[in-house]
Design a protein around this ligand. Structure first.
Ligand SMILES: [Fe+2]
Length: 199
């Protein structure tokens, strides 16, 4: 089950009140990008893409956390009965399927990490999981940025970026270029604050 578009927007707005930050606008850009791409892919529902994109980082409602936001978002959406959004809260950070490649602090207990790993094992990624992983990697707070520039920024900030994750993000871009029948950058809103775009 998913919240309606209006309900999801309300949930995000409330959450931003709990933990203000650029993550709210980033979530809106991910939603918009996911919606636009899904609209070009046969068989995908742009509304579902928008709503799952909008909710992917909702765990940030509970404070500034790294892996904790995945755990918190998953639980929050499950508690509200929105299992399809909960799933994307869980899958969006693990494009390679390997939790060890998470970039950031492992700020949850061993037990909580085990819970995430077990939930992930039961899921085989579908196109909505993949689409939000893709859009997360190319969305700034104002529009789409060049994915490689963004990954380079992350690499500088955290001192590492697993090559397999880098390659997987490029593969996701290629996959959706093919599914959408065009270079997806052509249909995404540019980030006016960060004009670096896809080539
Ligand atoms: Fe996230």
């Amino acid at each position: 089950m998913l919240p309606t578009r209006e309900k999801a927007e309300q949930i995000l707005k409330e959450a931003q009140g709990c933990n203000p930050g650029p993550w709210g606008d980033h979530s809106r850009v991910v939603a918009l990008c996911a919606e636009r791409i899904a609209a070009c892919v046969e068989g995908m529902d742009p509304e579902k893409a928008y709503i799952t994109g909008l909710m992917h980082d909702i765990g940030r409602r509970f404070g500034v956390k790294h892996l904790g936001h995945v755990y918190d978002g998953y639980h929050y959406m499950m508690e509200l009965g929105y299992d399809e959004a909960a799933r994307v809260c869980l899958t969006h950070s693990f494009s390679t399927g390997n939790i060890e490649e998470y970039i950031g602090n492992f700020d949850i207990s061993g037990e909580q990490q085990k819970e995430i790993e077990e939930a992930l094992e039961k899921i085989s990624f579908d196109d909505y999981d993949r689409l939000v992983q893709l859009c997360d990697s190319l969305s700034g707070t104002d529009g789409a940025v060049d994915m490689e520039v963004r990954m380079g920024d992350v690499k500088r900030r955290y001192g590492r970026y697993p090559q397999s994750k880098w390659d997987q993000n490029l593969a996701l871009k290629k996959l959706f270029d093919e599914k959408a029948g065009r270079d997806i950058y052509e249909i995404l809103p540019p980030d006016s604050k960060n004009p670096a775009r896809g080539r």
